[in-house]
Ligand binder design. Structure first.
Ligand code: 5RP
Length: 231
């Protein structure tokens, strides 16, 4: 089965968890795209929700589907967030930010009562430390941040798009950080968080209630009981 089909299966399955009256956090990316389209269909069918978007792109898509999008500052909590991931391990530790929306995604996730990560099968890995970790960085003094990352043993690459510096919705840069899997992920997060100028990391550690993986045999759901799961 094509990877796109797996994303669609996961995204559409996750939408089934949405109930009338909920405030829903809508994720960003190609898997979230299918979930948002399904939510649009449900809204057309009479579902009553409020949505908070994790990026301008998601907000545009949601509005085009007539999903009521509200400003994040008008809500205290979010009932359910459904979003994609770039990589996730058996302990539900995820890397996000491949699409550059990690800062807004982290804020929305931190306001959530419940989170579902959705993905195709390729996102499940043994060790997320072996993959790039995106971090959002303030443009002011970013070369100093790059130096501090190097001094901490990280290989840091400023993200580019079409030959220019990639800019987030918040008008910041993204630096993709390679750690070579050396060290514990909590320690890596603490070291990244400790660098002045790093605004947020793409490490979303054990935040979700469940993950939904699109596979050739349908949607597979793993509940997070704070124990190892068999992906
Ligand atoms: C955007 C993200 C996305 O959720 C992540 O990159 C997964 O994207 P996709 O579903 O397109 O594979 O974190 O910042």
């Amino acid at each position: 089965m094509h990877i796109v089909e797996q994303k669609k299966i996961a995204g559409e399955k996750a939408a089934e968890y949405i109930r009338d009256g909920m405030t829903v956090g809508l994720g960003t990316g190609s898997t979230a795209f299918y979930m948002i389209n399904k939510v649009g269909e449900m809204v057309r069918g009479g579902l009553k929700i409020k949505a908070v978007a994790t990026s301008k792109e998601t907000e545009r898509l949601a509005r085009s589907l007539h999903i009521p999008v509200v400003d994040i500052d008008t809500v205290d909590t979010i009932d359910l967030v459904i979003d994609g991931v770039d990589k996730i391990d058996r302990c539900f530790n995820a890397i996000k930010g491949g699409g550059g929306a990690l800062f807004r995604e982290k804020i929305v996730a931190s306001m959530a009562k419940e989170i579902i990560w959705i993905m195709d099968k390729s996102k499940t890995v043994d060790d997320i430390g072996r993959f790039d970790i995106p971090v959002e960085v303030l443009p002011f003094g970013y070369t100093h941040v790059m130096r501090q990352l190097a001094q901490n043993g990280f290989v840091a690459q400023l993200r580019l798009k079409d030959g220019a510096r990639y800019m987030t919705d918040n008008i910041n840069y993204v630096v993709d950080v390679w750690t070579d899997g050396a060290g514990n992920i909590l320690d890596i997060k603490a070291r990244l968080d400790g660098i002045v100028g790093v605004l947020e990391t793409g490490l979303f550690l054990n935040m979700c209630a469940r993950i939904i993986v699109g596979t050739d045999s349908g949607a597979v759901i793993y509940e997070n009981e704070r124990k190892e799961i068999g992906l």
